[in-house]
Write a new protein. Structure first.
Ligand code: SF4
Ligand code: SF4
Ligand code: FES
Length: 206
């Protein structure tokens, strides 16, 4: 067993658990986007970031892939963590401004403006669709192509390959392929209308 401090409480966890596993076990809420139980972690979105402190050293780590360590302190809601999540939400909204899930996260974290130039790519490059197709559907029909701003999810030669059974699992798993949010009306602005509504659970049955 590994003993460490989680948000001020001394707790124990099994060897090999990730920080996210331990947080779930102890009922500590950490947001996730590119992580789904049953698929390999990819640590792409970083929204699950937490602060890991050992002695006088502190660093931000992705809780969905970082294992728990003996004697460390984990802070899931420190100012550093919240600021990092806010910046990530803003960056992701710049590439998917009408994602309802991201709009909800923005409201929850008090993000009211997108300071980056919005470019509606409808994808946060989380890789969930690729892992779903590969690991659960044994399809291997899609993958990342391109680099930098040209990086995207695509099929070979942009044609549906034989390996694709059109099962729809890639669409089902995508965190931002839901019905678009009606706001914001102007580029760069967030309506924050979800502030007063119940936050949606992206993966209710997963
Ligand atoms: S629809 Fe095609 S690409 Fe998508 S998960 Fe199914 S097999 Fe893979
Ligand atoms: S299409 Fe959706 S699931 Fe696939 S990488 Fe983009 S955001 Fe992630
Ligand atoms: S949920 Fe951990 S990096 Fe995306």
């Amino acid at each position: 067993m590994v003993t460490f401090v989680l948000d001020g409480q001394t707790v124990t966890a099994e060897e090999g658990w990730t920080i996210l596993d331990a947080a779930k076990y102890y009922g500590v809420d950490i947001p996730t986007l590119c992580y789904v139980e049953g698929l390999s972690p990819y640590s792409a979105c970083r929204i699950c970031v937490v602060e890991l402190i050992r002695g006088k050293k502190s660093r931000l780590v992705a809780s969905c892939s970082c294992p728990v360590e003996e004697g460390v302190e984990i802070r899931t809601k420190s100012p550093r963590v919240i600021n990092a999540r806010k910046m990530l939400i803003e960056l992701m909204l710049a590439s998917t401004p009408n994602s309802r899930l991201l709009q909800c996260l923005a409201s929850e974290y008090g993000v009211t403006k997108i300071r980056f130039r919005p470019e509606d790519r409808r994808c946060i490059l989380c890789g969930l669709c690729i892992r779903m197709c590969d690991e659960q559907m044994q399809g291997g029909a899609i993958g990342f192509s391109g680099r930098g701003v040209g990086r995207e999810v695509s099929m070979p030669f942009h044609k549906t390959p034989e390996a694709c059974r059109e099962c729809g699992a890639c669409l089902y798993i995508c965190p931002v392929c839901e019905l678009p949010c009606k706001g914001p009306l102007k580029p760069g602005e967030l309506c924050n209308a979800c502030l007063d509504t119940v936050q949606i659970d992206p993966f209710p049955s997963k």
